[in-house]
Design a protein around this ligand. Structure first.
Ligand code: SAH
Length: 286
């Protein structure tokens, strides 16, 4: 199947189904066979593995996953696409198509997530599936290229962000390839990237407990908007926005001094230091 045929075929099926691609559902269908093969190769799926696909669309990737995995759970929120997939895989012995919002479902255990995910929900997908304890799956996904940059090199001021720091506390980025927007139909307004990610071999013990993990995620979300400020100033602003912490300015200064926390600009901090500081703050306020 060459690329052009793929585009023609995708448009034909969508036309037949009467589906007008929905922007808010991130409906941009992969029409480039080379990218599909690259995803499958990167995924290194064994016959013992269960794979989760979020947003199966017209099932281009699902067809390849079916050949490789023991079991494929393919979620599709769109009723018409779901019905199409249901018919397409009706005789499959290892593909299960589920018509549900993958963000609100009780998802069966799986070893890997392999998906051209709706890029509109990349943040929530990372939060639900990856900012977890130690059992996060390996992921091979297509996400927005600008996001892939933010998780790849935190040393760059531009990349230092909530998503970059949180991601790197939990996960390692193994591979990243930029993909032209022309590989999708309809052509999205942004470039995309194929990423391979895997959970950290040793997760910081502070992040293993749900309450502490939640606190860390809030802490990072609270200070990274002020990355160009000193740590103490960013902390003051974070706490101002989070009244439940109820620390006065002098208590914040005391916290920083008594723990000998260096008061450099937030974006100069290493991830391990941010986790350690967050742990101290958790103890100080609990
Ligand atoms: N994987 C397909 C389709 C990608 S488009 C391909 O590569 O061609 C993204 C798909 O995700 C769309 O079909 C959209 O309907 C679906 N989707 C969007 N939000 C979803 C959600 N919350 N849960 C499950 N599917 C979703």
């Amino acid at each position: 199947m060459n690329e052009k045929m793929n585009l023609t075929e995708t448009r034909l099926i969508l036309n037949k189904l009467g589906v007008i691609p929905n922007k808010s559902l991130g409906q941009n269908f992969l029409i480039d066979r080379n990218i599909l093969i690259k995803m499958i190769n990167e995924a290194e799926i064994s016959k013992e593995e269960t794979v989760l696909e979020i947003g199966a669309g017209l099932g281009a990737l699902t067809t390849e996953l079916e050949k490789k995995a023991k079991k494929v759970y393919a979620y599709e929120i769109d009723k018409i696409l779901y019905q199409y997939l249901k018919d397409k895989f009706s005789i499959s012995t290892n593909v299960e198509i589920i018509n549900a919002d993958a963000l609100k479902s009780d998802i069966p255990p799986h070893d890997k997530i392999v998906s051209n995910i709706p890029y509109t929900i990349t943040g929530p997908i990372l939060e639900i599936f990856y900012y977890n304890g130690e059992n996060s799956p390996v992921g091979i996904m297509i996400i927005e290229n600008s996001l892939s940059k933010r998780i790849s090199d935190l040393k760059k001021y531009k990349n230092f962000s909530r998503i970059g720091v949180t991601f790197n506390a939990f996960m390692d980025l193994i591979n990243k390839y930029q993909i032209s927007r022309n590989c999708f139909y309809p052509i999205p307004g942004i470039d995309l990237a194929l990423i391979k990610i895997k959970p950290k071999t040793t997760l910081n013990s502070f992040l293993k407990e749900p309450i502490k993990r939640k606190f860390f995620i809030e802490f990072i979300a609270g200070i990274t908007p002020y990355k160009n400020k000193t740590f103490s100033n960013s902390l003051k602003l974070f706490i101002k926005n989070k009244p439940s912490l109820a620390l006065s300015k002098s208590e914040i200064i005391k916290f920083i001094k008594s723990n000998s926390i260096s008061d450099e600009k937030v974006f100069h901090k290493e991830i391990d230091e941010l986790i350690a500081t967050c742990e101290l703050l958790f103890e100080y306020t609990n």
